[in-house]
Design a protein around this ligand. Structure first.
Ligand code: FAD
Length: 497
């Protein structure tokens, strides 16, 4: 694992409600399946020599499309594996257990992801556990909820909101209030969407009539809650209520890294691992990319380059000729969200005894509790992993602590959710994305004004240098956004003179 992250010390050495209430809130309402950028089938001119920087989903999609069209592509990837922020932790746990450190959920609303999943014949897995009751720890109260039951939410809600619960509240104040043009993937930059960029997501909910208690309930129970006071309502509308929450969720059987791994297998001749890009320079022959391979340096030359490095990493890559001010400013200032995940291996699924899901929605410092692996519900007598998924500023703070402090903190709060956990706890693994040198944060998280200010400059090519990655998509922070951005950049390269 990355040197800044921690693995277990022990000598032995979603879920019905994944992050919370994700249950295809507005299934079928939004994004009926339009493709933002068409797949490539043939080169528009003579084949080009292309360098793709980064073998995450954006780089893999760009490479896939360019190769389909007959271009000659080389991918430069610093790590020894493909996938970037789609990262399944393997070999760290017993009994072949694995855990997702990065992306968790696919949605049936992901047009591009589903196209690659089908092409590679990957198996989708359901992770719901309809026979177990979801668990909550909110405002000091631990409670679970049977099928069809609605608890008394411990928040100051109107009578109607109390009956609606979190999913009903989102449907009333968000899904039903979004303009119908949201079904057009190109419409984000036009009225009425541009105005949404002036406010945060929580301000949007209040403007649509949600009470403060309802906003608090959503903050504590939804995966985007920890960032809803800082995120642009425009991003939230597109990325989180567009193809993501309007579809049915699934994971990949055997782990989500199967998507990038299988894509990379198909493209393996094209990928160079262990190559760290340090500079990109346009010259008379095209573009030169300078890289470090261990202690040595190497230069690569191409007709066109697609750079998919996260903006956080790109800040330290030299680009010549210099980027225009608006693009430089976008790369330097685009906000990101932090995530720190702590995985506790337990000797058995003790929560089955109580008839509840191991996963829990909490307002505790451990935030969301999730059972992993998602595609294997496990049972009362098999080993499993319980994760604390912390997002936002507290994730960065947590990531700065020592391994034993993080584990102690996690166990202390997890005991409030699962009082017996100490009896079954075996080992822990911590993954703090702020400490991953190739991401430096979890995903981009544009604030009010950032989408209209930064997205167009982030997407704009700079001579023969093209840009992709989740941060260049209106579907920021999502696998689908990364894939779409890669296809867009491949089209740009294909069409370049
Ligand atoms: C904790 C977490 C949870 C998430 N949950 C979900 C979810 O449930 N659903 C969903 O759809 N999405 C989710 N995402 C988002 C999704 O994982 C990302 O949007 C997507 O994987 C980003 O792909 P990318 O290609 O843009 O970037 P990356 O995956 O970061 O790819 C960039 C690549 O560049 C490489 N690189 C970096 N620096 C250099 C260098 N100097 N030289 C060469 N190579 C370099 C990196 O190693 C990496 O492979 C989650 C992400 C995280 C972190």
């Amino acid at each position: 694992m990355g040197s800044n992250n921690h693995r277990g010390i022990s000598r032995r050495r979603f879920i019905q409600h994944v992050s919370m209430g994700m249950g295809a809130v507005g299934a079928g309402l939004i994004f009926p399946g339009k493709l933002a950028a068409a797949a490539l089938t043939e080169a528009s001119g003579p084949p080009k020599r292309v360098l793709v920087l980064g073998a995450g989903l954006a780089g893999l999609a760009a490479t896939w499309e360019l190769k389909e069209a007959g271009h000659e592509v080389t991918v430069l990837e610093v790590q020894a594996r493909p996938g970037g922020r789609v990262y399944t932790l393997r070999t760290l746990f017993d009994d072949d257990l694995y855990a997702e450190a990065g992306a968790v959920l696919f949605s049936s609303g992901y047009t591009h992801a589903n196209r690659y999943i089908d092409a590679l014949k990957l198996e989708r897995a359901d992770f719901s556990q309809p026979d177990l009751r979801p668990l909550y720890h909110l405002k000091g109260r631990r409670f679970s909820m049977g099928s069809g039951e609605q608890p008394t939410w411990p928040y100051e809600l109107t009578e109607e909101e109390q009956e609606l619960g979190p999913m009903g509240i989102l449907t009333k104040y968000v899904f039903k209030t979004l303009p119908p043009e949201i079904s057009d993937p190109e419409a984000w930059n036009r009225s009425p969407f541009r105005d949404l960029d002036k406010m945060t997501f929580s301000e949007y909910m209040r403007a649509k009539g949600a009470s403060s208690g309802a906003v608090d309930l959503i903050r504590d129970t939804q995966w985007f809650g920890q960032g809803m006071d800082t995120s642009s309502a425009l991003t939230s509308a597109w990325a989180y209520f567009g193809p993501f929450m309007s579809g049915r969720f699934f994971v990949l059987a055997g782990g989500n890294d199967r998507l990038p791994s299988e894509m990379a297998n198909r493209l393996s001749q094209s990928i160079r691992y262990g190559v760290r890009v340090v500079a990109i320079k346009e010259n008379d022959e095209g573009v030169e990319v300078k890289a470090r391979l261990g202690d040595s340096s190497e230069s690569f030359q191409a007709d066109e380059v697609i750079c998919t490095l996260p903006a956080t990493v790109l800040r330290d890559v030299r680009i010549e000729p210099e980027l225009p001010d608006d693009k430089r400013s976008a790369i330097a200032n685009l906000p990101y969200l932090d995530v720190t995940r702590t995985f506790m291996q337990v000797s058995r699924g003790f929560w089955f005894d109580e008839g509840v899901t191991g996963s829990a929605t909490t307002d505790l410092p451990i935030q969301e509790v999730a059972r992993q692996p998602y595609s294997d519900a496990g049972g009362p007598n098999t080993r499993a992993i319980l994760e604390s998924h912390v997002r936002g500023p507290s994730a960065r703070q947590l990531g700065k602590q020592s391994y034993s402090e993080i584990i102690e903190h996690t166990i202390r709060h997890m005991k409030k959710v699962h009082p017996n956990i100490s009896q079954f706890q075996e080992q822990g693994v911590v993954w703090a994305w702020s400490k991953d040198p190739y991401a430096l944060a979890a995903y981009s998280w544009p604030g009010p004004g950032d989408v209209t200010r930064y997205l167009e400059p982030l997407q704009r090519s700079h001579g023969r240098i093209h840009f992709a990655g989740e941060h260049t998509s209106i579907l920021s922070g999502l696998m689908e956004g990364a894939l779409r951005s890669g296809v867009r950049a491949a089209n740009e390269v294909n069409d370049a003179d």
